[in-house]
Design a protein around this ligand. Sequence first.
Ligand SMILES: *Cc1c(COP(=O)(O)O)cnc(C)c1O
Length: 424
Amino acid sequence: MNLYNIKHPEQQVNFAQAVRQGLGKDQGLFFPATLPQLSNIDELLALPLVERSQKILATLIGDEIPADKLNAMVKNAFTFPAPVAKVADNIYALELFHGPTLAFKDFGGRFMAQALATVRGDGKITILTATSGDTGAAVAHAFYGLENIEVVILYPKGKISPLQEKLFCTLGGNIRTVAINADFDACQTLVKQAFDDEELRQAIGLNSANSINISRLLAQVCYYFEAAAQLTAEQRQNLVVSVPSGNFGNLTAGLIAKTLGLPIKRFIASTNANDTVPRYLQTGEWQPNATVATLSNAMDVSRPNNWSRVEELFKRNGWQLSELGSGALNDAETETALKAQYAQGYLCEPHGAIAYQVLKDQLQEGETGLFLCTAHPAKFKESVERILGIELPLPDALDKHNKLPLLSDEMDNDFAILRAYLLK
Ligand SMILES: *Cc1c(COP(=O)(O)O)cnc(C)c1O
């Protein structure tokens, strides 16, 4: 597989290098040089998840990784299902929260851990990543206990749900977690600064595991096929997919699936009040506001770092950005949407509720709608219970961690302090 740096196309790498480096020169993102058109979509859709995903990823990655190794990586990563549930007439939910940390990031996180363990070579590796909630848990669990891999996770102090925090800040071992006194964008900036520091990078074998790593995106392509496989051929005719978006990795993966030939008529990018992209699509002006805290905190991102990949894909495919649907909901509208879903008989959480409502508002006659449910309702227990006036039992995976003490360090938003901490 050949990839190039979107900012510096002359920088070209293979899959192993892209996985190990995470980011290219000047913080440019790597992107596949070619994406094949699959001619056997119907055949693929007839296969079970793991087998189909092995074929898709083999086509994308090529012979750089031997088939038996790649097959094992996929099998070890995709150990849980992604069922489609009917929510209303013509509207379906793709439930991506049945993995060990109850969020869709388990797909990308687990595949990336497998990929890195496969292509790592010698020497120490430090995974440094910023999380707005769920990436941290997925990455921590995917890498927990892997030999010679240290993991450091930064998150905005007090801005993720207490349960989210418990899920990944209680592991210990090779997992260190740091609560930063700032917002998520600041955490992301600290990570980027670390990657720009060549000396630091070499000293600790720096690697990133957030949605900028290409292996995560490739893994996520697979569940769009899984969704289509569970719909009828007729429903696939006019399929519209709404993606609750923060850093826009999930949407990028969906657009790659469409590029490969998966029949998706159009996508809708759904956001909370951090609506840089919906405003951009309306006005043509890129004007991020300060990030605001919302109920759907995993999408509290005002400078989505995968956006350059989205634009690259549109440009290369000759698609118009005006074909990309979008919509944003504030917290009050999110609460109303969650209640409406519940009244329909479907229990969701704020991120999925936004994707559902924006889809419902924009779905046209004769179309089938699919929205992504990115987290288990219990991960947002406090909000969901308050809004719906119900009590939610904790799933076992959460309950176990909820009883353990937090092991996080606290840090000011200062790169010099972080640097010293990483070198320690
Ligand atoms: C990360 C996350 C999102 C946003 O996904 P992106 O790929 O960053 O756009 C949405 N919902 C939940 C629950 C998440 O954890």
